[in-house]
Design a protein around this ligand. Structure first.
Ligand code: PLP
Length: 396
């Protein structure tokens, strides 16, 4: 199969990222010659176990954790499920979970299915609202923390808008009441600095494919001292916290990707942020009735979610596709349905605008030339689509 990725302007990095060439190089020996099982007693296997430990150190370094606090999983979704289900099993007498209305389906749908998961138990779920900029109200959060609360699961940064939540403060407030705190940091890790040493977070989820490592590998951080019950029981792998022979090549790749991300954090927060700002300013300035969804500053440096009123996001994407520009309408996981995204609905984005929203998500591989091309191309696409829309009033 020929994907011709060199012709593509890829601005869909919150859906997935390209594997960094350095990561591919690091992985290759483990897909070819170095195939031993890290649990084996022979030197051939033992050597591979040491590479896994090096990868664990790189992941820990990126988020300010200890290597023993890192558990490799198969994806961000597994990490989210493991954290929340562990909490619910550890304290079976407590039945209350706090989350938000804008979580990724990995957390949202799990919370919705807790009654099915633990049959015979009835759970109470508080889904915290957000304001029109996608921001949470900390007072409402504080009031929701009760004696009955097992765990609060609040994403670090939103996958659709990039809005960042005050997880440090929220984790502290949960700890003060002996409540577990989990954060889905799948979109945040590698894009903004994270130092868990200074925080009271119990569980944190990472997904490899969002930071230039392969799909199918993730991490769950479990704070030292936090009670933990494994989701996958089996062998003694991962300190007995996650059974199953390790996905060695991907784990090594993730370790390399974390080291790269650490060295590129500065670039992500300067050059990539500037590119994103240029793109945003260019589009909002050139296109009437367009608006930013999400807080202006409390936001990931790579993400811009823009609504173009009176046009359909899917139609915009199809036209962008003809120019080889890749982005998303809503989140990658919810596209395919014509319902406006639950995130934009929670923010109260008007129907006419929510339907025409596009998420641009950049990475260190994007260039200024690409941004200039997108700024030049999209205004014509929107203008042409609006001409066909019965709702569009050019005088309005
Ligand atoms: N959480 C967030 C915020 C995400 O954006 C995603 C993927 O889009 C996930 C969880 C799921 O990660 P994975 O695809 O590794 O299961």
């Amino acid at each position: 199969m020929d994907c011709r990725s060199e012709d593509i302007i890829y601005m869909d990095n919150n859906a997935t990222t390209r594997i960094a060439p350095e990561v591919v190089d690091a992985m290759m020996p483990f897909l070819t010659d170095c195939y031993g099982n890290p649990s084996s007693m022979h030197t051939f296997g033992g050597q591979i176990g040491r590479e896994i430990e090096k990868a664990r150190e790189s992941v820990a370094s990126l988020i300010g954790a200890e290597p023993e606090e890192i558990i490799f999983t198969s994806c961000g979704t597994e990490s989210d499920s493991t954290a929340i289900l562990s909490g619910m099993q550890t304290y079976p007498e407590k039945r209350h979970v706090i989350t938000t209305r804008v979580e990724h389906p990995a957390v949202k749908n799990l919370c919705e299915s807790l009654d099915l998961f633990f049959s015979g138990r009835k759970h109470r779920i508080t889904r915290l609202p957000v304001n029109e900029q996608g921001i949470l109200d900390l007072e409402q959060y504080q009031q929701a923390l009760t004696e009955d609360t097992t765990i609060a699961s609040v994403m670090w940064a939103n996958n659709e808008t990039g809005v960042i939540f005050p997880v440090e403060e929220m984790a502290r407030m949960a700890r003060e009441r002996d409540i577990l705190f989990h954060t889905d940091a799948v979109q945040a890790v590698g894009k903004i600095p994270i130092n868990l040493k200074e925080m009271e977070v119990d569980f944190l989820s990472i997904s490899g494919h969002k930071l230039h490592a392969p799909k199918g590998v993730g991490v769950l951080y479990v704070r030292k001292g936090t009670p933990f019950i494994p989701f996958l029981n089996g062998g003694h792998q991962e300190y007995g916290k996650r059974g199953g022979t390790e996905n060695v090549a991907s784990i090594v790749g993730l370790g390399r990707a974390c080291a790269l991300a650490e060295s590129m954090l500065e670039e992500e927060n300067t050059r990539v942020r500037n590119l994103r700002d240029k793109l945003e300013k260019g589009l909002l300035g050139a296109i009437p009735k367009s608006m930013l969804n999400g807080h202006q500053t409390a936001r990931l440096p790579n993400t811009s979610n823009i609504s173009f009123e009176y046009v359909e996001g899917e139609a915009i994407l199809l036209h962008m596709n003809q120019h080889n520009i890749c982005a998303s309408s809503g989140s990658a996981c919810t596209s395919g349905s014509l319902e406006p995204s639950h995130v934009l609905r929670a923010m109260g984005v008007p129907f006419t605008a929510a339907h025409g929203s596009i998420r641009f998500s950049l990475s260190v591989y994007n260039t200024e030339k690409e941004v200039d091309f997108v700024i030049k191309t999209i205004p014509n696409i929107i203008a042409n689509l609006r001409q066909m829309s019965p709702f569009w009033d050019p005088e309005g």
